[in-house]
Write a protein that binds this ligand. Sequence first.
Ligand SMILES: Nc1nc2c(ncn2[C@@H]2O[C@H](COP(=O)(O)OP(=O)(O)O)[C@@H](O)[C@H]2O)c(=O)[nH]1
Ligand SMILES: Nc1ncnc2c1ncn2[C@@H]1O[C@H](COP(=O)(O)OP(=O)(O)O)[C@@H](O)[C@H]1O
Length: 201
Amino acid sequence: MLIVLSGPSGVGKGTVRKAIFDQPGNDFQYSISMTTRQPRPGEKDGVDYFFVSKEEFENNIQTGQMLEYAKYVDNYYGTPLKYIDETLDAGKDVFLEIEVNGAMQVRSKRPDGVFIFLTPPDLMELKQRLIHRGTDSMEVINKRIHKAFSEIEMMQNYDYAVVNDEVPNAVEKIKEIIRSERLRVTRVMPDYLEMLGDSNK
Ligand SMILES: Nc1nc2c(ncn2[C@@H]2O[C@H](COP(=O)(O)OP(=O)(O)O)[C@@H](O)[C@H]2O)c(=O)[nH]1
Ligand SMILES: Nc1ncnc2c1ncn2[C@@H]1O[C@H](COP(=O)(O)OP(=O)(O)O)[C@@H](O)[C@H]1O
C-alpha cells in the first residue's frame, strides 16, 4: 500500500509522521525525498532528505528517475522512483510526505494509493507554528502561508482530511485510516483471486 500525506507547510506533517514511525510495531517504509533546498540545522543528508544541487535534480528528472516532482517556494522536491518500486515489490507499505502537486502526479500513476490531507485548525495557528518552529525567515513564512490557501483548496482531491489539533489525535486518526484501508485491501484480494480462478476454468 502506498500512503501519501500532504498539508501546508507548518501544519505538523513531519511531527505527526515521526510520531507514527516512533511507535512500536510500525512497519511502514518512509520514502526519503530529494530536494534542492538547503538543509536546516539538524537535518541530515540521506535521513531527512537527499540534498542535491539543481543540476543533479534536473538530471534525475531527465533520466526518468523521479516518480513525481514539484517546485515549491523556489526549490525542487521529488520522490525517487527506485525506492518506491523496490519497496512495493517487496510487499511493504510505503509512506510519502509530499506537497499537493506531486501528490496529484502520484494519484494519476498509482490510483490505488491512500491520500491523506493534514489540515491546521486555522490559518493563524498555522502561521504561529511556522514562527514557533524558527527555521524560516519571515519572508519564507509569508510565501508558505500564501501557498497554503491554494493547497487547502486541493484538499477535496484527497481521500481523507485530518485536522492536526493535537498530535496524538492526528496520529490516532491516521493510524485508524491505515488500519481500515488495510482491511479493505485484504477483503478485496480474496474476491480478486477468486475471479482469477474463475477465468482460468
Ligand atoms: N512533490 C513533493 N513535495 C515534497 C517532497 N518532499 C517534501 N515535499 C513537500 O515540500 C514542501 C516543503 O518542504 P520543506 O521545505 O521540508 O518544509 P516543511 O514541510 O515545512 O518542513 C512540503 O509541503 C513537503 O511536504 C517530494 O518528494 N515531492
Ligand atoms: N498539533 C500541534 N500543535 C501545536 N504545535 C504543533 C502541532 N503539530 C506540530 N506542531 C509544531 O508546529 C511546527 C511545525 O511542525 P512540522 O512538523 O515541522 O510541520 P510540517 O512538516 O508540516 O512543515 C513545529 O514547531 C511543531 O513542533
